[in-house]
Design a protein around this ligand. Sequence first.
Ligand code: GLY
Length: 344
Amino acid sequence: MNPDTRSFALGSYTSHVVFYDSVSPLSISNASLVVCDTHTEHIVETCGGAAHAPRIVLTPGESEKSMPVLESILRTAVEHGLSRGDTILGLGGGVVTDLVGFAASVYMRGCRLVLAPTSLLAMVDAAFGGKTGVNFAGYKNMVGTFYPAAEVHVAPSVLASLPEREYRSGLGETIKNALLGDEDLLGLLEREQEAVSARSPQVLREVIQRGLLVKCGIVEQDLTETGIRAFLNLGHTFAHALESVAGFGTWTHGEAVAWGTAKAARLGELLGITPLAYRTRIERLFSDYGFRLHAEASHERLIEAMWHDKKLKDGRLYFVVQSGVGQTQLVPVEPETVREVLRD
Ligand code: GLY
């Protein structure tokens, strides 16, 4: 492994994260099967030996995260005679990394998995940490496994062709990760808003690396989300409800997370946990990056959607709230308090 590689022990797995500098192209020598989509196929062509491996090219979009597509990947692996030691490479955004992770985890009870995330959101969140899955019976990520990739290749240069809205969506999760544990990253995002928004090579690698390292530190302690991994869901109870009520795709995931994280700060304030100055800092940062902090959606429908979210425990709604950067807790909240936050 080269010097830019960090290794993480995740349960009984080891995951190596290869951090490239801001301008170097992806380079992956060894893959027995590559799965990408039509938006990311051009990256496969230039990424080294993997360009010559058998390839499955998906249609971009959430609808590919399905059982039939999973089956077609597994069937192709069988047809090409892949063995357990062979590598499946998933190169794409979160849809590809979730789907290919699931396929690799069940193929021969687990073959070698390498992921190359091509969206900012997949770099700082989806590709690392072993959550895999497909949508099933009308629910997102209803079926899946915990199966960390042997290698995750993080190359900021592949973001050059990412559409603006997708990039900003990734910044929503990046800011959330900074709030969870990196005051220096938060300061960098505040000071260098112009350079970060312009994807300047001077800051891009540091922003991505630090954003991902926050997640690595959390997942290393709790791969299967029995404890602190739930903190990564900061803003997500609000966000998932908004995405579902507004209709999937109306708000990108990162836009909804930005709105939801601001709402979680207001909730924490109402509960006497989040200081006003911290809430204001969070709102200002999201606004500076152009995120909408106001959503037109029925409050009752939002609350109803929250009851269907995976964060429900013992019949109560739980929310992640903070008293400061890296000072996070999970608390039960009464629906009336949530109503008050939504009314604000
Ligand atoms: N995306 C949240 C997690 O990986 O736990």
